[in-house]
Design a protein around this ligand. Structure first.
Ligand code: ADP
Ligand code: MG
Length: 702
């Protein structure tokens, strides 16, 4: 039992603001509770003698309830919650609206509510909530028109209206729930609390949700990671468009919007993200009732050639694969099927197949060790009885214990069979692709549950030196740093080429003389963020040309912006781009998830190519390694077309070291190492750009 078990299974519920006035929320809640709830309901209303024939009490303080549902006007709601808390009620659902969602007065009221909940140790749902439900005790403490049927999914939603729509549909579909929560403004209890609760709840098989935002991304990741070892979480997260209007000056900032953070954060949390409500329930239904497959190999058994090909395509689009059958299986198929059938996957039992042949083929396929799951794909024929096929499918699923997806195609003819399947937890779809997605969700969850989470490595670094370099922004109006902050990377053990910033042509020449071979020269100015855009980078400068190059770089900068602050020119060792790959390693700070790391193909075309991947920091070695495998250009790193592989371990380590740097220093708002050149011999960060928040510099002290 979880920490919130009393919230979902109270013995006695006080409804504060209970009334029988037609059309009121207080009435709707009373009616719903009286219709459903197994325990006692106590109306609280000082201006009524009785409500629905039950004598009303004046104060929630006298209710002796386990849960108080608050429906009073906003101006008295906080006082009522305090009264409940002082009387020892630890569970409160605030239905009342008019808090944080309504402007500054409401926001103040919400802060008061949070303070009261904290002081009285109250687990509070809402405010601005439709209410909560829990089917085992028949509690419908909502003002919605529909009650949930009992089931094993628990459902949270940031939209109350969406709950009423889902329940109406789910009731028609025969889909039930264990608990339902309308999160409201999430002033106290939020998505992480319910994930934690349902993870501990034996009656919840699947956690589903509709979220508009996640308040504390880090906590959510940590909580969900634990829970998804056993209980799948499927979420729809709306708001894919980028709300973060902050003007980004780094590539990472420009590419990393809030949806990238959610995508990465939910993935790291082990959440299966659904793109639509349909996907949400397709995945949730199979996860609720079917076992996970031991392997990704699917057997398709069909009486129809065309749909068989469609299903092969759908398997190709998923993480699953078409099973190759064992020899004994092929022999058995040869015996059971007519000559014109196909014994290879997809197995074609032929259009004239009656129920026996169909059943035998499915039985043979499921018995094969190489088969992880099966798709039963049927079109109506004169000799096939859908009802019997459904019964056989249910029975064989139970015998073999392997997941099955059903695609009995058709309309009215399918309805009774689909009901038989659905009751056994095998949803039926018209579209083979949707059926395959269900099996795919099961395989995905198996991988999630088996994940091993490693702690991030802590490298030995020079924190004090990094702190000093960052504090440079204190003395200047601009909070952006460029290659003058190269030492920051060095302090965190990220390799950088030999180089120096100088402020005269003669000094430039002196540095170049010290460096082997030709050099690279770059203008250094806080006003010039993208140096090559203004011709501010010269690659392959011979020692004899260094002084001229210096003058030229400065005049280009002056032409671009006459009053630009010019710090000087960086003279840098050349790195070998011919055998190397330009990558980018960056960070942008997300308001919910914190530091979001980016890895991708780098150079001057990053924003154009956007071949990138993201993780919320801090990351472990496993996660950093996964990043280097996820980008489209991954084969380039590992040696494509006869090229020598680059030092991928060096890349992975750089990602981890950057992860440590940005975790140590919340003052770093965004940062790009672009490019990090990866060659067969190692990696080198040849360029850096970052923005520092001077107000958060203190955060660097420990
Ligand atoms: P910016 O990103 O401001 O234009 P960079 O320092 O990243 O400036 O340089 C731009 C490009 O110049 C790099 O993407 C790389 O192709 C090349 N370059 C920069 N420094 C070096 C170097 N030390 N060795 C070889 N090529 C370099
Ligand atoms: Mg660059």
């Amino acid at each position: 039992m979880g920490a919130l078990s009393t919230l979902f299974a109270p013995g006695r519920i006080a409804v504060v603001g209970a009334t029988d006035r037609e059309g009121s929320v207080g009435r709707a809640i009373m009616e719903n509770l009286l219709d459903s709830f197994a325990g006692e309901v106590v109306p609280v209303n000082p201006s009524r003698e009785e409500v629905f024939g039950r004598s009303a009490i004046d104060s929630v303080g006298d209710a002796d309830a386990d849960l108080a549902v608050i429906v009073v006007p906003p101006n008295v709601a906080v006082d009522v919650v305090r009264e409940a808390g002082e009387a020892g009620i630890r569970n409160v659902v605030v239905i009342t609206a008019g808090f944080g969602e309504t402007g500054s007065e409401g926001a103040t009221r919400e802060r008061e509510l949070i303070d009261v909940a904290e002081a009285c140790d109250i687990d509070l749902v809402g405010p601005n909530s439709l209410g909560i439900m829990s089917t085992p005790v028949g509690m419908n403490a909502t003002f919605g028109p529909e009650n949930a049927q009992s089931g094993r999914m628990s459902f949270m939603s940031q939209s109350g209206a969406f709950i009423t729509a889902v329940l109406d549909w789910a009731n028609a579909e025969g889909i039930g729930f264990k608990d339902v929560v309308s999160l409201g403004n999430k002033a106290v209890l939020d998505e992480s609390d319910f994930v934690e609760e349902w993870g501990d709840d034996e009656e919840t098989e699947v956690i589903i949700g509709y979220l508009e935002g996640i308040d504390d991304g880090r906590r959510f990741i940590e909580t969900a990671r634990e829970v998804t070892r056993e209980t799948p979480i499927v979420l729809v997260k709306s708001g894919r468009t980028d709300a973060g209007a902050q003007a980004a000056s780094s590539h990472t900032g420009a590419i990393a919007g809030s949806d990238e953070a959610y995508e990465a954060g939910l993935e790291q949390a082990g959440v299966i993200r659904a793109e639509s409500v349909q996907e949400l329930f397709d995945a949730a239904r199979v996860l609720e009732s079917q076992p996970v497959p031991d392997s990704d190999a699917v057997a398709v058994i069909t009486n129809a050639g065309g749909p068989g090909v469609m299903s092969t395509d759908a398997v190709g689009d998923s993480r699953l694969s078409m099973a190759s059958f064992a020899d004994e299986t092929l022999d058995a198929f040869s015996e059971a099927l007519p000559a014109e059938g196909n014994i290879y996957n997809p197995v074609d039992v032929v259009g004239d197949a009656g129920n026996d042949r169909f059943r035998d083929a499915l039985d043979v396929a499921l018995a094969d060790e190489n088969v992880g799951s099966a798709l039963v794909l049927a079109c109506p024929t004169a000799v096939l009885d859908y009802g019997r096929l459904a019964e056989d499918t249910v029975e064989l699923q139970a015998t073999h214990g392997k997941p099955i997806a059903a695609c009995f195609m058709g309309g009215d003819r399918v309805t009774p069979a689909a009901k038989v399947l659905s009751e056994a937890g095998i949803p039926n779809y018209f579209d083979p692709a949707r059926a395959i997605l269900g099996l795919d969700a099961l395989a995905r969850f198996r991988d999630i549950a088996e994940r091993e989470y490693e702690s991030p490595t802590t490298f030995d670094v020079d924190r004090e030196r990094a702190r000093e370099i960052l504090s440079a922004v204190e003395d200047r109006s601009d909070t952006r740093l460029g290659v003058e902050a190269m030492g920051l990377l060095d302090a965190y053990g990220i390799p950088t080429p030999d180089g120096e910033i100088v402020d005269s042509p003669a000094d430039a020449r002196e540095v170049a003389a010290r460096i082997d071979g030709d050099v690279v020269m770059k203008i250094v100015s806080p006003d010039i963020l993208h140096k090559s855009d203004i011709g501010g980078v010269k690659v392959g400068v011979a020692e004899a040309d260094v002084e001229d190059a210096y003058e030229d770089l400065v005049s280009r900068a002056r032409n671009y912006q006459p009053d630009a602050t010019i710090v000087g020119v960086q003279v840098q060792e050349m790195v070998d781009l011919d055998s190397g790959v330009e990558t980018i390693v960056g960070m942008n700070r997300d308001p919910q998830f914190g530091p979001l790391l980016l890895f991708g193909l780098g150079g001057i075309f990053v924003e154009m190519l956007e071949d990138t991947t993201f993780r919320v920091a801090p990351v472990s070695g496993v996660e950093a390694d996964a990043m280097t495998r996820e980008i489209d250009a991954a084969p380039l790193l590992r040696g494509a077309r006869g090229r020598e592989p680059v030092d991928v371990d060096g890349v992975t380590e750089t990602i981890q070291r950057l992860s440590q740097l940005v975790t140590d220093f919340p003052s770093i708002l965004e940062l790009d190492i672009n490019p990090l050149v990866a060659t067969p011999d190692g990696v080198e960060a040849v360029d850096v750009r970052l923005t520092v928040d001077p107000d958060r510099l203190e955060g660097a002290h420990r």
